[in-house]
Design a protein around this ligand. Structure first.
Ligand code: NAP
Length: 252
């Protein structure tokens, strides 16, 4: 039975990754901070006959990353889903520096550390997949969420560059880049999203379905939904001064 390790597995996209992978016959290792929610997720999935381990750690810390990296180093993880992430949704300079640093620790440093452990274990046996959850925010300069935007640009480029390095190794790497998706993400950030039109919101189940299909197809970059594919393609083709003007006017 294949095994997947999913970070941020108790809510939103991570919980959906866990559910869809379980339905595809995967055993699971679930990672998040809140023990009660991990145990509830474990019980719900185990009720369906799925083998589930839980690792309650804070991935914004060295110790938390080390626990998960050691588990990956055991060599039996077929798919790593680096999903846990946070957004600041505060003007840079207004929010405390510690909030910006926590974002980099979780969105960048933990992704790099767990991928490092996975690349060693997976290349040693010549197979495996790494799915890094990035964002369309990594394609556009988002004032008001500056460190988040930059952190996701890092995740997308890191994934693509690693995919180039690992071509032919039997290990694939995919950056899944969702647009606005209904989860707990914006509520946690206490972000007012009332200006975002309803048509811009995606369902977590659709994002995960398309992200997993692209991952299993070995694509380096996945942008779920036709509308966000069109928007990210346009964003990459527009002259940067025009893109900056649009982003400034929209306030995204
Ligand atoms: N929702 C969107 O619109 C959207 C759009 C584009 C990209 N994304 C990306 O999608 C990914 C998942 O986001 P989501 O929307 O599903 O968020 P969510 O609903 O807020 O879920 C976040 C999950 O991550 C865990 N988590 C948070 N901080 C953690 C930490 N320091 N260490 C370990 N686990 C932690 C949470 O559990 P605990 O609190 O118990 O730790 C929870 O399981 C993120 O990388 C995000 O940037 C989201």
């Amino acid at each position: 039975m294949p095994r997947a390790l999913v970070t941020g597995a108790t809510a939103g996209l991570g919980a959906e990754f866990a559910r869809q992978l379980a339905a595809q016959g995967y055993s699971l290792v679930l990672v998040a901070r809140t023990v009660d929610r991990l145990v509830a997720a474990q019980a719900a999935l185990a009720g369906d006959g799925v083998e589930v381990e839980v690792l309650p750690v804070d991935l914004a810390t060295d110790d938390g990353c080390a626990v998960v990296a050691t588990r990956i180093g055991a060599g039996d993880i077929d798919l790593l889903v680096n999903n846990a992430g946070m957004g600041s949704y505060r003007a840079f300079g207004e929010a405390e520096l510690s909030r910006e640093e926590a974002q980099l620790d979780l969105n960048v440093r933990s992704v790099m550390r767990l991928a490092h452990a996975a690349v060693r274990a997976m290349t040693a046996r010549g197979s495996g997949r790494i799915l890094n959850v990035s964002s369309v925010a990594g394609f556009v300069p988002r004032g008001g969420n500056v460190t988040y935007s930059a952190s996701k640009a890092w995740v997308t480029m890191f994934s693509e560059a690693l995919a180039v390095q690992l071509a032919g190794s039997g290990v694939t790497v995919t950056a899944v880049c969702p647009g606005f998706t209904h989860t707990e993400f914006h509520e946690r950030a206490e972000a007012d999203m009332s200006h975002v039109p309803a048509r811009m919101w995606l369902d977590a189940a659709d994002v995960v379905r398309e992200g997993l299909a692209d991952t299993f197809a070995g694509k380096p970059i996945s942008v779920p939904s036709r509308r966000y594919k069109a928007l990210t393609t346009a964003a990459q083709k527009l002259p940067r001064p025009l893109l900056r003007r649009i982003m400034g006017a929209r306030g995204y």
